[in-house]
Design a protein around this ligand. Structure first.
Ligand code: ADP
Ligand code: MG
Length: 241
């Protein structure tokens, strides 16, 4: 097996992830109609738009979950540019494990595992032994304000706490890019603000990149830049700060 690609040292200034001309149709519906997108090191970008505008499809194309019909997605790595769209399913799967982190609306945490076991799982999937993985996981839980909650099962946590466990889980492998799809969709507005701050801080303060899909203006306003989609096209991109 070839050594794992090293994603932790992006070149300053250059986009970490850049997409151009992305198109995707599902039968008669056009999800993406030619989208360009980029995110830099340490940058947080919100993707906004009404339901059905193509936000999730764009996120999935950027993250190598879905293959676009045309266009390209390029990830900058220490070994040089990597054409995500040129990888086969096994390559994309490996990239998702090693270079990307994911936070979804419902966290998708495993209820039969404890908080620390959930967070350790992605590391164990990359071959790290349980002891070391759980040590790293505990450090991330503490960084997200969850010291003392390591042994709780997910059902014994509040919605906001569970979402912070999901954020910790997305960070353990040192992902170059963290993707979040409506990460606060199930939370009240105060908890949502706390969770977003934890997500942005834990990702960008280490120079890593965050891409967040949301239809919540308050969530988007916490990101460094906002990109708006309508009918599968970018209609406007503004800098929030
Ligand atoms: P958003 O996340 O902004 O709500 P999506 O990217 O989920 O939008 O969907 C964009 C368009 O593509 C919609 O018309 C949706 O119905 C369609 N679409 C998305 N995923 C699929 C799929 N797996 N099968 C069929 N149609 C899909
Ligand atoms: Mg969606």
């Amino acid at each position: 097996m070839t050594p794992a690609p090293q994603h932790s040292a992006p070149v300053p200034g250059a986009p970490v992830l850049a997409a151009s001309g992305l198109t995707k149709t599902y039968g008669p519906s056009t999800a993406l109609a030619g989208v360009d997108f980029h995110v830099g090191a340490g940058e947080s970008v919100a993707i906004m738009g009404t339901s059905g505008s193509g936000k999730t499809t764009l996120l999935h194309c950027l993250a190598g979950i879905v293959a676009p019909d045309s266009g390209s997605v390029v990830l900058r790595t220490a070994q040089g540019p990597l054409e995500v769209t040129g990888l086969n399913e096994a390559g994309r799967s490996r990239l998702r494990r090693e270079a990307f982190g994911f936070v979804f609306q419902q966290g998708l945490l495993l209820p039969e595992l404890t908080a620390v076991e959930n967070v350790a799982l992605p590391l164990m999937l990359t071959g790290v032994d349980r002891g070391a993985a759980e040590q790293t996981a505990a450090t991330w839980l503490a960084a997200l304000g969850l010291a003392g909650f390591e042994s709780r099962r997910i059902g014994q946590l509040s919605g906001g706490q569970a979402q912070r466990v999901a954020i910790a889980r997305a960070q353990t492998t040192g992902a170059a890019v963290v993707f979040a799809d409506e990460p606060t969709g199930a939370l009240d507005s105060a908890t949502s603000a706390e969770v977003m701050d934890a997500l942005i801080r834990s990702t960008t303060e280490r120079g890593r990149s965050l891409v967040v899909v949301t239809h919540d203006e308050a969530v988007a306003a916490r990101c460094g830049r906002v990109v708006r989609l309508a009918d599968g096209r970018i209609v406007d991109a503004v800098s929030a700060r």
